[in-house]
Design a protein around this ligand. Structure first.
Ligand code: C6P
Length: 425
């Protein structure tokens, strides 16, 4: 079984051929779940940072796979096996294009962003990380980009260092530069913070790290749904994201890694498909990417993710980004007008996520009042407890947008927040 050959530069293909007109009413029709009412009110789904809703094209791709092509991959000689394998590897090629990676061998299907980070921690991070070595993360990481490194550092007697941020939730780049030392083995940073919405200056961070020979992993769980991602342009060493936040299914995610690094890394898990020859004395391993995909993979998940990528590309990533940034500015302004509302995160570099508190009302109460108005947001620590500590709060309320949200929905959110303040006063 062969994956597609390395791609030549595809900048022409990546640019939307013509400026596409973004029609949000048509987009909304693609998402069947949005047609429902909750407590008698039209559903307003603003919890996309937790997981996004799925377009019919993704639902159909999964259903079609199970009704027409279901078989295991890379194993069977029969027709269904060949069809399933082709669809699975085609999905890999779609993800390669989506990330502008140079080679499909650099795309590893994993369970989620979380598993991608754990894979790098266990396989790359463990290599040569000794007492005195350091892993550098930032003050705004999700637990998934803290705990795997903490476990690794504890095991190896290494040290986890943290780049601080200012009160506006922006990283202190001069502190970052000071923390990059000859002891630093890897930088692992979020591209876009899930708890603050801060978009980090990752190009500059990579440049500074590479100038010192330090590789960089980006956690793109929140960035991938909102921004065109170009791993070759960024020159990051690893990039992870989850399918379910990108309009794809749960249980599937992607680890991109530079081929030279992945080649040198030991397998993360052992099992079927990741081997070439097994004897009781010794096992030799499969080529990339399969060396890192032990056992039967999430075939329908990868196919569903491929359909999500197709869907986004059909609409046009630039058109989506333009639409979302207009909507997001509108939402920032609408929330800023709500009395007693405190908005967290960078005032200039915020995307997709609005994290806020409303007077002294507990975020869970805010979430409950909004829920009764048919509005789904998230309230809590957003799996980023150190961010909450830094802000001096126990929790925040968080509204997170997607390409199907509208200005009318934002108006309803703002009205419901004004009402919540009146009720809880
Ligand atoms: N954040 C949120 O509501 P998984 O669970 O592996 O799909 O994604 C983990 C993850 C990693 N990094 C960032 C920046 C994230 O936002 C997340 C998931 C969700 O904010 C669920 S906690």
């Amino acid at each position: 079984m062969k994956v597609r050959s390395p791609a030549a530069t595809e900048s022409a293909a990546r640019k939307d051929a013509a400026p596409a007109r973004f029609d949000v009413a048509a987009v909304r029709k693609d998402f069947p779940i949005l047609a429902q009412r909750v407590y008698g009110k039209p559903l307003i789904y603003l919890d996309n940072a937790a997981t996004s809703q799925k377009p019919q094209a993704v639902i159909d791709a999964i259903a079609n796979y199970y009704s027409e092509s279901n078989a295991n991959v890379h194993r069977a000689v029969h027709a269904l096996g060949a069809r399933a394998t082709e669809a699975y590897e085609e999905a890999r090629e779609k993800v390669r294009r989506f990330l502008n990676a140079g080679d499909a061998r650099e795309i590893i299907f994993v369970r989620s962003a979380t598993e991608g980070i754990n894979l790098v921690a266990r396989s790359f991070g463990a290599q040569g990380l000794a007492r005195g070595g350091e892993i550098l993360i930032t003050a705004m990481e999700h637990h998934s980009n803290i705990v795997p490194w903490q476990l690794l550092c504890e095991e190896r007697g290494a040290r986890l260092r943290v780049v601080p941020m200012n009160d506006d939730g922006e990283l202190l780049l001069d502190e970052y530069e000071k923390l990059l030392t000859p002891r630093t083995r890897l930088v692992a940073a979020s591209h876009l913070s899930n708890a603050l919405g801060t978009l980090n200056p990752v190009a500059r961070m990579i440049e500074l790290a590479h100038a010192r020979g330090v590789p960089v992993l980006l956690d793109g769980a929140q960035a991938a749904p909102h921004l065109p991602i170009d791993v070759r342009g960024l020159d990051c060493d690893f990039y992870v994201f989850s399918g379910h936040k990108l309009y794809g299914p749960t249980g599937i995610g992607v680890l991109y890694g530079k081929a030279a690094l992945l080649e040198a890394m030991p397998p993360y898990q052992g099992g079927g498909d990741m081997i070439r020859v097994v004897t009781f004395e010794k096992t030799t391993f499969n080529d990339l990417p399969w060396k890192f995909e032990a056992g039967t993979p999430h075939i329908s998940g990868a196919i569903g993710l491929g359909a999500a990528v197709d869907y986004l590309e059909r609409i046009g990533r630039t058109a989506i980004e333009d639409y979302e940034s207009g909507l997001f500015r509108y939402a920032e302004e609408a929330l800023a007008r709500v009395p007693d509302l405190v908005l967290f995160g960078s005032k200039t570099q915020r995307r997709g996520v609005l994290s806020f508190n409303l007077g002294r009302i507990h975020p869970h109460d805010v979430g409950t009042v909004l829920d009764r108005a048919g509005i789904a947001i998230r309230a809590g620590h957003h799996c980023a407890q150190p961010v909450m500590d830094r802000l001096g709060v126990t929790a925040t309320a968080r509204a997170s947008i997607a390409l199907f949200n509208t200005r009318e929905e934002i108006d309803r959110l703002a009205e419901a927040l004004v009402e919540a303040r009146r009720v809880f006063g």
